[in-house]
Write a protein that binds this ligand. Sequence first.
Ligand code: TEU
Length: 566
Amino acid sequence: PANPPWWTSAVVYQVYPRSFADSDGDGIGDLNGIRGKLDHLADLGVDVVWLSPVYRSPQDDNGYDISDYRDVDPVFGTLADLDALIADAHERGIKVVMDLVVNHTSDEHPWFVESRSSTASPKRDWYWWRDPRDGMSAGAPGAEPTNWRSFFSGPTWELDEATGQYYLHLFSRKQPDLNWENPEVRAAVHEMMRWWLDRGVDGFRMDVINMISKQADLPDGPPIEGSPHGDGSAAYLFGPRLHEFLAEMHREVFAGRDAQLITVGEMPGVTVEQAREVTDPSRRELDMVFQFEHVGLDHGVDKWDARPLRLTDLKASFGRWQAGLADVGWNSLYWDNHDQPRAVSRFGDDSPRYRRDSATCLATLLHGHRGTPYVYQGEEIGMANSVWGSVRDFRDIETLNHAAESADRGADPDEVLAALRPASRDNARTPVQWDATEHAGFTTGEPWIAVNPDHVEWNVAAQREDPHSVLAHHRALITLRHANRTIQLGAFAMLLPDHEHVYAFTRTTDDEQLLVVCNVSATPYELADLLPQAVGAELVLGNRDHLPDHDPAVLGPWDARILRTT
Ligand code: TEU
């Protein structure tokens, strides 16, 4: 297109406020902490900051359980602090995106308090209330209205003793699902979104937005092996009215001002075809979605059942998403977020020998694709999974519920801990490592979750002045995206799809072709054997060319290059 949207050349940075920077010494990151670090983000060059939720919340799921959509939780600061953060970010040319969590509220939200007060409440129908299963008495084992399993273990239904009915919660019991079938619910959400846009925010990251439309008859799902529950996802992922709800939201909230905004929908389980529809500009729904295919490739029966990732699977997945959204729609690109283990530990090699090279290699790959890259806090310095000595070290509700459920089943505690270590969301939630001092410069108090002990070596201060650091490499990749039209919009073509270690692709425009080639292993390869066109090509950006032992003809361990081939 002649005038591609601004976000086709942008890079987004995700802040998880609880773990970013603490300004007041209570051990929890806050808005003024973020304000104090804006120069780090400006120096990195990102265009947008997405804030994970800072709304008023009981913090059952670290803010993804909201009790007031129009206020800031005291642990993060005040609405005035948020206004100041937005103003300071805008002054540096950085846009601010809010997390929008509207599949569910907190059970302490006044809407739910009113809804649960009586079966006759005018807000009863704002949530999913159902009687016990036919012929069963409330509270009896298996009397839940459906057999669905919650994302956070246990059933998706909680009995309200007072009215004898159950309410639906796909996540924790403190996160009741809103009933989007009710037009009053949708109108209330739209009004709240307009209120934020009027306040100056630049868009929304929409939490599990492909779950807002459910099959209204709520059918049971197929049984899950080894669990008393079933998988209800067919009934609540991409339900029958999802497109309608998204198009309505666009009309009611974004119409007329969408050119300046960015919208990204988080969509577990979304297919390429669904993503293409949702992000087709002519349908006016969303700008892009977060898909989950590549972060499921190392899962067995579930995320706690790790299996080795095959590079060929990863390439096939990315390749299909690149092809599927090539002419219509747009991809988001991410390795990491607050729900995923750290990329360098998961897809790279976080041993001392290869940590820097594999982190820069992964960054080169991600930023080389067509789409909008998302950098998660700490990823820019190669933060790794943390050290977990015992179950007591974890804080995340998903992790702790899974541990408790496993214990109830009589599972071996060592095996449970071994499963939690690489997979827990808390790997992403240890404090950002600003420097080598106690608590990594994150807080002067006692951090809410322990700092990774490796912060003495891996921190922002140590990397800031180092021209070859992981941080410097991210800066260079972001600069390249801003400057280079081929990186922004060039057509994508995968090369060597069957190679077990080398990830290579081209990006092509009318006047340029770039070849991105990365060795996702420690085994060296002769370039001439693999990609003759790479031999002698101009190096645009490499991660190891500054090293004395660098050989242009050999793709060394975790070697990553962006080459200009025409
Ligand atoms: O995550 C949605 C989601 O599907 C995750 O629960 C995912 O299944 C899990 O984290 C994988 O381990 C979003 C938010 O990103 C997450 O932090 C929230 O807990 C969840 O929604 C509920 O709001």
